[in-house]
Design a protein around this ligand. Sequence first.
Ligand code: HEC
Length: 346
Amino acid sequence: MKTSAAVARLWSVAILTATPVVAAVDFNKEIVPILQQRCVECHGPDKQKGKLRLDTRADFFKGGKDGEIVKAGAAADSEVYKRVILPKDNDDRMPPKGDSLTAPQIELIKNWVNEGAKWPEGVVVPAPAAAPAAPATAAAAPVDDGWKPSGKVKPPVPAPELPKDFKAPAGEAAAIEALAKTGIDVRPVALNVPWHEVNLRLLGTNVTDATIAPLKDIPSLIEVRLGTTKISDKAMGVLKNLPHLEVLGLELTGVTDAGVGELKSLQNLTYLNLYGTKVTDAALDALAGMKHLHNLYLWQTKVTTNGVDRLQAALPGLNINTGWELIPVTTNAPAAKSEKKDEAKK
Ligand code: HEC
């Protein structure tokens, strides 16, 4: 139950460098009661709805019938967070009965996951009836403290609207075909929609600015993944003219502030990955007008907390992942390993 001195040190490093400058979430005091009062009734020793148990570390990190429910450092990609923020009338909302978690509870879960989802070894969430402080009846007769948006909770980012009457220009099909001949697969994102995606990550270093030049003739692209390729800022000259682009992966490429500055026209962008590039705060300032941007990845870049805070103020609904919160990953061993240790404690 004790947090080791080493972990405590890492925590303080994380607190000093993490963006939201609030005290790190205290798992025992702040997360355990939520799980205990609102989750373990259906995800504990008695019932395992969705094949999911949330009372031990091993079970929590193992996940449920659909696999892992938490991605340490990325609440927005974690089922355990995504489900509790759903509106009350959504069938997938957790808990499915009673009121939604309160805004502060949701915020705690989000911050805990973003801080690396640290679950100290040996901690087991007690059965709901044994709740010391909280009324044992919380789940059965929930107080009306339902989810209300507060200043602290990020407003949802509106989804961009794609034109319903979009018609691919003449030449697009030919461009797609020409790329196919060079081994580049531009695929429809779904059946019966005009929209396309292309993923060049796997071709990696074979892909240069010249390789992607033909994308300029494919305005139906909404998703372009160029991570790990050899593209440079020059490629942004092509990408900036794809007006419907929603997802753009530029991680581990040569893109710089100048390139990102060119992307201002991409007003539909919801996901941008700049991990492992040389971008600085100047790039973040260029993104401040992208009102649909929902996920931004900045791990191993040159951005500072100042730049990140500025962008967060401009786009409160944006999830910014700097990876800084991931520093204490040591406490977050994969489920397989922790399972053994948990077993030993039982
Ligand atoms: C009243 C019972 C009940 C409570 C309380 C409850 N759940 Fe669930 N949960 C379910 C059921 C039923 C499913 C499976 C159906 C589904 O996938 O939507 C499920 C599924 C899930 C899943 C998906 C698992 C998977 O792999 O598909 C997650 C994550 C989850 N719950 C999290 C939570 C959290 C977090 C809480 C507490 C805040 C909670 N649940 C409280 C009944 C409950």
